[in-house]
Design a protein around this ligand. Structure first.
Ligand SMILES: Cc1ncc(COP(=O)(O)O)c(C=O)c1O
Length: 392
């Protein structure tokens, strides 16, 4: 059941990876637990190995279970190839390690997920890659930073703490003119509300851990691309580091893909309800949500994205202290304090972008918190936020 090309994405996400005719009529793809794949002859084993990553010949390189998920990931982002690794951070590390070598130069947005920056500083630098951090709103002016040895511009749109929406087409135009690849962390849109390859991205990475998994119970990353050479380079990197798609998690992620569309529509709706409610409160200095005016790159979001998910930032008035904010966060009943996002549940976490940014100024000095709007009833979430704000 391969699906009709004319189907819309929501339909295709339901059909992805299914082949009941090969599985006793059972609708969902089975979970293959595999290290060894046995071959009747040496010649057949060698032939399978020659097919590189396109067939099942050892668990590390994929099984029908991971190929079924890859089918869905490719449909989601309109890609030709997909690589699955053990976490979102793994997808970033495997991609950068696959595309860069000693002596190369990397342009990295300073708004990137912080462990991405730690990977650059702790590992890429050690292996002789030079890194320049840039202001995410740089747009076409990135050309001033491109050098003969620049190989990759890494983008994240919007940034998952400060939510600047980058002008990817403007960046891609000058990057491509200089022979530089554009990599994007597309986790915020879940690949549903932003189609990276339509805007000039060469490689898209996502933490499947977030919205695709959708239930806060798995760790996984995806890397997608249209170009076969890029796939070969990155798959070589991912497999050389020993990233192996875990079959049960692949099954869960594919199940997550089936319900991604309706979940995201609810996250979008609830996120906006909460963001607008918070923006109208006296205690709040700013709400940074790509779909709201005032968010850096809001116009770009309107131009390039087809929706928003449930993650946004809130800055309290400067008269409050970090301790006040912490008391408020700890008083919330429906927003557990914790890292990550994209699950069914609402979450809250703190950060301090005003202190962390170096290449540009985060304009709000007050205490910062990041909210993930989950699938609970928005009225209950607002009641909880109201009693939390009262604790300030
Ligand atoms: C934007 C973004 N990219 C990547 C990651 C890394 O994903 P994982 O937690 O699966 O390593 C995260 C995790 O929070 C993230 O927020």
């Amino acid at each position: 059941m391969s699906g009709d090309k004319k189907n819309k994405l929501d339909t295709e996400l339901g059909l992805a990876g299914r082949s009941p005719d090969d599985n006793f009529g059972i609708l969902n793809p089975p979970v293959y637990h595999a290290s060894t794949v046995a071959f009747p002859t040496v010649a057949e084993l060698e032939a399978a190995e020659l097919k590189k990553f396109d067939t099942t010949y050892y668990g590390l390189y994929g099984t029908p279970t991971s190929f079924a998920l890859e089918d869905g990931l490719k449909k989601l982002e309109d890609a030709n190839h997909a690589v699955i690794v053990g976490s979102g951070l793994g997808s970033i590390a495997a991609t950068l390690a696959g595309l860069l070598k000693s002596g190369d130069h990397l342009l990295m947005t300073e708004s990137a997920y912080f462990p991405t920056i730690k990977f650059c500083n702790n590992f890429l630098k050690k292996f002789g890659v030079d890194i320049t951090y840039y202001d995410p709103m740089i747009g076409e002016n990135i050309k001033e930073l491109i050098r003969p040895e620049t190989r990759v511009v890494f983008t994240e749109a919007p940034g998952s703490i400060t939510f600047e929406v980058q002008d990817i087409p403007a960046i891609a135009k000058v990057a491509h003119a200089a022979g530089v690849l554009v990599v994007m962390d597309n986790t915020w849109s879940a690949g549903y509300y932003y189609k990276p390859f339509d805007f000039g991205v060469d490689v898209s990475v996502q933490a499947v851990t977030k919205y695709i998994g959708g239930h806060s119970d798995l760790m996984m990353g995806s890397i997608t691309m249209r170009d076969r050479d890029l796939y070969d380079k990155i798959m070589l990197s991912a497999s050389s580091f020993g990233h192996s798609p875990q079959p049960d998690d692949c099954y869960l992620a594919l199940r997550g893909l089936r319900t991604l569309a309706p979940r995201l529509k609810q996250h979008f709706k609830t996120g906006l309800i909460l963001a607008k409610w918070l923006a109208a409160r006296d205690e709040v200095e700013a709400v940074i949500h790509p779909a709201l005016e005032g968010c850096p790159g809001h116009e770009i979001w309107k131009r390039d994205f087809t929706g928003a998910t449930g993650l946004f930032g809130v800055v309290l008035k400067d008269k409050y202290s970090d301790e006040d904010r912490n008391r408020m966060m700890e008083g919330l009943k429906l927003f557990p304090i914790g890292f990550s996002w994209g699950g069914y549940e609402s979450l809250v976490v703190h950060d301090s972008p005003a202190r962390a940014r170096k290449t540009y100024k985060f304009p709000h000095p007050g205490p910062y918190l990041r909210i993930h709007a989950g699938l609970e009833d928005p009225d209950d979430l607002i009641r909880d936020l109201e009693q939390g704000l009262a604790l300030l």
